[in-house]
Design a protein around this ligand. Structure first.
Ligand code: ZN
Length: 411
């Protein structure tokens, strides 16, 4: 029993033809005309297989194949179909179409699983409209409620609530469709790696063991702006020199962190007045700390905080550090990684276990059910760009590993 790469390729190429920026990569934002065409295409495929389809109030599409035990918890698989601006062909689509192809194989082979099988097409994963990633899956597990959807706005001022209404959904009904623990037996997402590990090591499959969490902070330091020539070094309250000490601390803390997997980045900095002959008065910068272990993120953040307090006292600065975003680190259970590993072994795939630096929809589903993630290589690690590419043979292997893993979960 095998997936058909010809059908998968046709699905991906068809959906990619719904593109708002032809010739400049692939652009398909959630709730746009291109998104609606992609949904229409997927709906026709699901319906041809006799799957029952519904779109939840946030725009997540769910197609269900009944099992022989209809009250048993469903096994879910899928991903997203939205893109970044000028994105690539494979991010999200590989997992969406892979899950659809599994449903086709089940039908073709006349297999009636015990557990119901659900293909999910998540809305608004990239945050291209409303600036917040995985908004569809957050709504699906109840992390975002109706009020949150009203607050999330695109640059034109349209809220996610209004966008959902504009395509005929009823976002007020969101509370009725939330996934609860017990609704799903498991969820498996197939996705491109979006980094260089698999491609560099010439492997076909990555089995994700852990997904890094993120802590994002905004820091500000305030001192006294003054004349760069007339102010003696002993009398300065320079927030930019103070920021330099804190930035180096972030780098050191992540590098020396006991978990061995923490990363810390200061990627953005504003200096006022930003004039060459004036001692700065105010500096604002960001801290992005990530690790697959919560303890690693805690350690980096605490070291940065204590260095900031020390620097502020020493240099007579006022200092503030504010949490602006976070997602939790997820360790995938051994049962799921072993299940996927045995599928990869059975198919003779060249594989490895690995961590994911990026967050995916499955991370949210982890709130309510065990999850698994299968990666296929991104050529040269490129993603979110028109050059994003994955070999069709690797996609075929990924979808076959997905099929094999799901078959075990469905019975
Ligand atoms: Zn993605």
């Amino acid at each position: 029993m095998q997936v058909s790469i010809d059908r998968i390729r046709k699905d991906i190429e068809t959906i990619c033809s719904f593109n708002a920026t032809p010739g400049k990569g692939y652009t398909r934002f959630s709730y746009s005309a291109e998104d609606l065409k992609a949904r229409e295409y997927l709906l026709s495929q699901f319906r041809d297989l006799g799957m029952e389809c519904r779109t939840d109030p946030a725009g997540n599409l769910r197609a269900r194949l009944e099992g022989s035990s209809p009250h048993a918890p469903a096994v879910m698989s899928g991903s997203h179909i939205d893109t970044v601006l000028h994105g690539g062909m494979f991010d999200g689509l590989v997992g969406t179409v892979g899950a659809l192809e599994v449903a086709r194989v089940l039908r073709e082979e006349g297999i009636r699983p015990v557990h119901p099988y659900e293909v999910v097409v998540f809305a608004e994963e990239e945050g291209s409209n409303f600036g917040t990633t995985t908004a569809g899956s957050k709504a699906m597990v109840g992390r975002y409620g109706v009020e949150d959807l009203k607050k999330l706005k695109n640059p034109e001022g349209t809220s996610m609530y209004e966008a959902a209404k504009s395509i005929g959904l009823d976002p007020d009904k969101l509370p009725e469709s939330i996934l609860k623990p017990g609704d799903l037996k498991a969820m498996v997402e197939l996705h491109i790696e979006q980094s260089v590990v698999l491609d560099t090591e010439e492997l076909q499959i990555g089995i994700v063991e852990a997904i890094a969490g993120i802590r994002a902070y905004s820091l500000s330091l305030e001192g006294v702006p003054n004349h760069a020539g007339a102010t003696p070094m002993t009398l300065r309250q320079d927030p930019l020199a103070g920021a330099a000490e804190i930035i180096l601390e972030a780098e050191r803390a992540a590098r020396e962190c006991a978990t061995g997997s923490a990363v810390g980045t200061i990627g953005r900095i504003f200096c006022e007045p930003n004039v060459s002959n004036v001692i700065p008065g105010k500096v604002r910068f960001t801290l992005d700390a990530r690790d697959v272990k919560t303890q690693g993120m805690d350690e980096v953040v605490e070291k940065v905080r204590s260095r900031m307090e020390e620097v502020a006292a020493k240099r007579k600065l006022s200092a503030e550090m504010k949490l602006v975003g976070e997602s939790r680190a997820i360790e995938i259970g051994r049962e799921m990684t072993e299940l996927i590993e045995s599928a990869a072994m059975k198919l003779g795939a060249r594989y490895r276990r690995m961590n994911s630096g990026a967050v995916h929809d499955a991370c949210l589903i982890a709130d309510v059910a065990p999850i698994g993630m299968i990666f296929v290589p991104s050529i040269n690690g490129r993603s979110h760009v028109p050059e994003e590419n994955t070999r069709w043979s690797d996609i075929e292997m990924g979808a076959n590993v997905l099929l094999e893993a799901l078959l075990k979960l469905l019975f």
